[in-house]
Design a protein around this ligand. Structure first.
Ligand SMILES: Nc1ncnc2c1ncn2[C@@H]1O[C@H](COP(=O)(O)OP(=O)(O)O)[C@@H](O)[C@H]1O
Ligand SMILES: [Mg+2]
Ligand SMILES: [Zn+2]
Length: 490
């Protein structure tokens, strides 16, 4: 059996004509190549998988090609220089990955060797990938070279984050922005690859891949790459879905229905079905976001503001969840907790609270205190609490995502809605405390409270909350004190 070469590598553009989209950059580069007016430094910026590295290698190849016709920018792909460049063995093409060790050694090396003449062609080309990751000393060293570049050197900085490149460096570069690909561009490229590979892909499956790739040609080709070796025969929409871990939109639709109808148990059961069918949670959340957006647009166009508000709240929460799911290795609990919370809020007709740290909008009653209704919770702690969350590592942070903060004197009260978060958070308190102390001072105490637990209690409550064995245990274990007692009315 022949070795399977990844489509991603096999179909890297080897000519400008084969580079999809990026018309402005492509045209300008070709013009410069033909007229012999290539700049000393370029900055290719834009989101991942849009052709920055490919275009950089094309430029390097074209300016060193010996078989290129004078009125064309296209490399011949046959001369020694072209062949070496394609194979990755060309001495005159130096690729530096700034992400791997932040470029310190490479830039030092570059400073030493940059003045040496090229080995074969007229130009020595340095491609600095993920250039925004360079350290400050590396940038400074690079800048010195950019200020007086030897005539035979071309730098191409590629980055997904141009804002992190110092302006002094940007000022020395000609910049091109690489755009995300449209779904049409992706479908057309995938069709080309599929027919070259002699695999048959259903147009619906193709459209699904294009949508999933979100503008990244690399991701689209990578997804096709996953499908081709696994698929026996033609690739259908259903086949693509299950292989890619994408849930059937009809299932997601009914999941969303349950959430909006406030049916938490049904929503979780439906989620389990979707999960068991092999869907990836990231795709589930994304699919729900799409469904939610469609419904939101529909509600807005029929001027149904009440529904629109509910939907935009749900969409907000899903957006937040999407960010968390990406960062989390075991996101299932997060998804379950969020969907359960949303369902409960929908069911009780309460306003939707988007990120977990936003102040709870559920009605709160003071119980052991005389005042009939507690003052609205101040929003002040939210910013400080967000900063604390940012400082925690992912695993620890996950335990606190459900927490809603209140600051009461020298006590930080963290309210939890779910038992397992409440428990997890307490287990991780050693990691949390240094950041809380940095925020609220050394004397601060943290009080972990569970809302549902209190709400679910029978009518006969202990005379004083301090007598409650649960509270006593918390106070003992965390060296805390009871400052305020609240009841949540369901
Ligand atoms: N504009 C494009 N045209 C055709 N294929 C592309 C394009 N951009 C990316 N690809 C595909 O994605 C792979 C990675 O692209 P690359 O140039 O490394 O992207 P970037 O450097 O912007 O992340 C390529 O090998 C190719 O298969
Ligand atoms: Mg790249
Ligand atoms: Zn050539």
């Amino acid at each position: 059996m022949p070795e399977y070469q990844s489509l991603y590598r096999k179909y890297r553009s080897q000519t400008f004509g084969d580079l999809v989209g990026q018309d402005a950059a492509s045209r300008a580069l070709q013009g410069a190549i033909i007229s012999g007016r290539v700049a000393h430094a370029y900055l290719f910026s834009g989101s991942r998988g849009t052709g920055k590295t490919s275009a950089a290698r094309l430029l390097a190849k074209a300016i060193n090609c010996t078989g290129r016709s004078r009125d064309s920018a296209e490399p011949c792909n046959r001369c020694q220089s072209c062949l070496e460049m394609t194979a990755g063995s060309a001495l005159d093409l130096i690729e530096i990955d700034a992400a791997s060790n932040r470029g310190i050694d490479e830039i030092r090396d570059l400073r030493e060797k940059v003045n040496l003449a090229p080995a074969l062609g007229p130009f020595k080309v340095y491609i600095i990938d993920e250039a925004h990751m360079l350290t400050e000393p590396a940038f400074n060293a690079l800048l010195k070279t950019l200020e007086e570049p030897p005539a035979h050197v071309v730098f191409i900085l590629c980055t997904t984050d141009a804002q992190k490149i110092p302006l002094t460096v940007i000022g020395r570069c000609q910049q091109f922005v690489f755009r995300r690909h449209s779904e049409e561009q992706i479908v057309s490229r995938l069709s080309y690859i599929a027919s070259a590979e002699k695999v048959s892909v259903d147009p619906d499956a193709m459209a699904l891949i294009a949508r999933t790739a979100q503008g990244s040609m690399r991701d689209a080709v990578g997804l096709l790459d996953q499908l081709v070796p696994l698929a026996m025969g033609p690739i259908s929409l259903d086949g693509a879905r299950s292989l890619l871990g994408i849930a059937d939109p009809r299932l997601l639709d009914s999941l969303l229905d349950h959430v909006l109808a406030g049916q938490a148990a049904e929503a979780l059961a439906e989620l389990n079905r979707v999960y068991a069918a092999g869907a990836e949670l990231r795709q589930v959340v994304r699919g729900m976001m799409e469904g939610c957006r469609d419904r939101l647009v529909a509600a807005l166009s029929r001027h149904d503001n009440v529904t629109a508000r509910r939907l935009s709240g749900v969409l907000d929460a899903l957006l937040h969840l999407d960010g968390e799911v990406r960062r989390h290795a075991e996101p299932r609990f997060l998804v379950e907790a969020t969907l359960a919370r949303l369902s409960v809020e929908m069911g009780t007709g309460e306003a939707v609270v988007a990120p977990a740290v936003v102040v709870d909008a559920a009605p709160v009653k003071a119980e052991a205190v005389a005042a009939p209704v507690a003052a609205p919770v101040s929003s002040a702690p939210v910013a400080g609490w967000s900063d604390v969350l940012e400082k925690l590592n992912r695993t620890v942070r996950a335990a606190y995502l459900d927490a809603q903060p209140e600051v009461d004197g020298t006590t930080l009260v963290l309210w939890f809605r779910y038992g397992f978060h409440h428990k997890k958070a307490q287990e991780q308190s050693a990691q949390l405390m240094p950041h809380v102390r940095a925020w609220l001072g050394d004397g601060v105490k943290v009080d972990y409270r569970l809302r549902e637990n209190e709400a679910a209690k029978p009518a006969a409550r202990p005379a004083s909350p301090e007598d409650d064995p649960f509270v006593r245990e918390i106070v003992r274990r965390f060296d805390g004190r009871v400052t305020r007692v609240k009841e949540v009315s369901e």
